[in-house]
Design a binder for this molecule. Sequence first.
Ligand code: 5RP
Length: 219
Amino acid sequence: MLTQDQLKLAVAKKALEFVPEDAIIGVGTGSTVNLFIEELAGIKDRIKGAVSSSDASTARLKAHHIPVFDLNEVDKLPVYIDGADEINHHLHMIKGGGAALTREKIVAGVADEFICIADEKKYVTMLGAFPLPIEVIPMARSYVARELVRLGGHPELRQGVTTDNGNVILDVHGLQIMKPVELEETINHIAGVVTCGLFARRRADVLLLGKQDGVAVLR
Ligand code: 5RP
């Protein structure tokens, strides 16, 4: 029986097959991506560098002497490789467990292909068991929380966390997300919301799913 960490390592290794030669690639955030960065270090001479979705990933990339580019210097990213907290069969995701959702959504938006690396515990029929992270401008915290209650959720301020952009995170419990694209749009329209952790309008293109019998490639 493989552990969750072993499954994460298996997908991190598999993701190397999706890294194009001589390109700048988008790199996400989280424990699965940390393993991917370790693997990437082994082939770093085959890529030009990376655009990173968080200060934490930037520090790891730089520690491996992988060049990190500012997104504004780059107009094309063939791939973006990142984890997820939950992913459904349409490859819609909940992300933001590591509080990096806004930069993740920006880098993912630029990329031609989003490659999600996840272990089988994250593959779900319906999104919402994992509390939905929402990045909020601090002065709007209470207002946004009241609006989220009106949508049927139970928002909770993530204690002690300030995002790389200087904002707060509300984790919304109790949502059964039957229409991810619609809910993403509704939440993003609340004044004061910077980004909602639903990645449905820009879903993953490929899921590398770590399972007991190997890594499945789902599209
Ligand atoms: C960070 C994220 C991560 O991709 C997500 O939390 C998964 O992390 P891990 O690989 O540690 O399970 O969205 O904001």
